[in-house]
Design a protein. Structure first.
Length: 287
């Protein structure tokens, strides 16, 4: 985030940040390799050595330490034909309170024929009075594979803080072979009202979404429901088959750590079954 200040008689106006990152990978003789890498501060894409049995791993880092009102971040990920990539984040993203301007994070991920993308960020923590919109778009080829998820935490519970005011919007779109398969629109514009007894978000301080997209994804609907059944009692969860090619999973709960553990347990088992990877979370996610 830029620290340049413009002083007026009544207010202090901050220069807001525009960050960008781009990564393309391709299959070179059976090995996934980088074909394009670009980043503009404060975003950066790190490429650590993957663990044993892991595919190429990319870590998206925000060097500013968080997102404030007016910031705009754009990330583009392209997985080429037959390539395999795990994408995660360096840490949970902090969304700070805003003075009145919305911040936005845009992510676009393309997966070509035979490509595999696993995307699991650390999560987003919304501070009270944050104004934030996240737009996520997945463009998949007919036979590509996607396992993607996100965790949202409403307020800093460890600090005794709740997300009592502000606005949070999350938009996801998934296309396969050019056809829109799934569109999800979430908007929380009245956090205090959402805590009302009649609200689906009553007693909820965090939630997670995951998608598994593959031509035969629906065949594992019962397996996914059985795996979710082991979640801690106060974690509500469910799985829906959108069509033969897509499973959508949800988790809601009152405690971020218990929800994170529930997601991690499910994810560890699912990445073995769906991606042929080790039964563990990526190292960076477990730190």
């Amino acid at each position: 985030m830029s620290l340049a200040l413009a002083h007026t008689d009544e207010t202090v106006q901050l220069d807001r940040t525009t960050g960008a990152a781009r990564l393309s990978v391709e299959n070179r003789d059976g090995r996934t390799a980088t074909s394009d890498l670009y980043s503009a501060q404060p975003l950066r894409i790190l490429l650590p050595r993957p663990g044993v049995g892991e595919p190429m791993t990319a870590v998206l880092a925000n060097l500013s330490g968080g997102i404030v009102g007016g910031d705009l971040y754009e990330t583009d990920i392209n997985v080429g034909v037959g390539a395999n990539l795990t994408l995660t984040a360096q840490a949970a993203e902090k969304i700070y309170k805003s003075s009145g301007v919305e911040a936005e994070n845009r992510l676009t991920m393309q997966v070509a024929e035979g490509g595999v993308l696993e995307w699991l960020p650390q999560g987003s923590i919304l501070f009270d009075r944050a104004l934030f919109r996240q737009r996520v778009r997945f463009d998949l080829a007919a036979d590509s594979t996607l396992f993607a998820g996100a965790i949202s935490i409403l307020g800093r519970s460890a600090m005794g803080e709740t997300f009592a005011s502000g606005r949070y919007r999350e938009h996801w779109d998934l296309t396969r072979d050019g056809r829109l398969v799934w569109a999800d629109r979430f908007e929380l514009a009245d956090p205090a009202g959402a805590a009302d007894a009649s609200s689906a978000l009553r007693d909820v301080s965090c939630f997670a979404t995951a998608l598994f997209a593959r031509p035969d994804a629906a065949d594992d609907l019962d397996w996914a429901r059985d795996m979710q059944a082991g979640a801690v009692g106060d974690i509500r969860c469910g799985v829906t088959a959108i069509d033969n090619n897509l499973l959508a999973m949800r988790w809601l709960g009152p405690d971020a750590m218990r929800l994170r553990n529930a997601v991690g347990t499910f994810w560890s088992a699912a990445r073995v079954r769906w991606l042929g990877l080790p039964a563990r979370m990526p190292v960076i996610w477990r730190i």
